[in-house]
Write a new protein. Structure first.
Length: 252
């Protein structure tokens, strides 16, 4: 049976009493508490399994907790997400250890190619690739029409003299998406077809309301079955688009 003795100096003890009377505010004190651990050392290094002293909180003189039961219980397994696209080491590590693989700015074709490489590593590791969730972060520019998208590209690259084709080429070089909401819907559908299950989209967009309403309207109509309904699932791809004024929007 383990016993934990907790204590604080008198001044802090008085402050903590006030916080406790206020309810959940007491948690703020716990964030700044000092924890002292006394452990036996083994030949392999510190053995932290035998905690002799945990000096953290105190609400009076001393509080002794014997075999305290923590509820709710932890789930027991924290999913491991590994991000990266290196075919020799990263995807091999994903096949051996990860619950989810996260990539960045891959076109649907490239995503399918990386997925195929991952499947080969899974075969060597004796693992079913279907047990690994595939996700991606997508960066780019989204607007309700081509003119708006071009304006977003010019603002981002701060170049009023470049042609439309040159601006799109810059985005393409970095595999960044640049297109209308309808094109984004189709793009997500292609990613879903390449086995992508979740996509988080960070976009440059000044047309918050227009983009949101346009995509919602198009998604409700089905858009060729790419998205289904906004915030739901389509072709196995978890979607949910939230535009925030400025740079950030999230899908998934």
């Amino acid at each position: 049976m383990k016993r934990f003795i907790v204590t604080l100096p008198g001044e802090e003890r008085t402050a903590l009493r006030k916080l406790l009377r206020g309810g959940s505010a007491a948690a703020r004190v716990l964030m700044h508490a000092q924890v002292l651990l006394k452990a036996d050392r083994s030949a392999d290094g510190p053995d932290m399994s035998d905690v002799a002293i945990a000096k953290a909180i105190d609400v009076g003189q001393y509080y002794r907790l014997a075999e305290a039961d923590c509820l709710p219980k932890p789930v027991g397994h924290l999913p491991l997400v590994i991000g990266g696209m290196g075919e020799l080491r990263t995807l091999k590590l994903v096949a051996e250890q990860a619950d989810e693989w996260s990539s960045v700015n891959l076109t649907p074709d490239l995503f399918a190619e990386k997925t195929a490489v991952l499947a080969k590593h899974c075969a060597v590791a004796g693992r079913d690739p279907a047990t690994i969730r595939k996700s991606m972060m997508l960066f780019g520019f989204v607007g309700p029409d081509d003119r708006t998208v071009e304006g977003l590209l010019r603002r981002f690259y701060n170049d009023d003299g470049a042609t439309t084709a040159a601006l799109h080429a810059r985005a393409t070089e970095r595999r960044m998406f640049a297109g209308t909401t309808q094109q984004l819907v189709d793009y997500l559908g292609a990613l879903a077809g390449a086995a992508c299950k979740k996509c988080s989209c960070n976009t440059w967009s000044s047309m918050t309301t227009v983009c949101r309403s346009t995509l919602r309207r198009k998604s409700r109509r089905g858009c060729g079955g790419s998205l289904g309904r906004l915030g739901g699932r389509a072709n196995g791809l978890a979607v949910g688009l939230t535009f925030v004024r400025g740079r950030l929007a999230s899908i998934g």
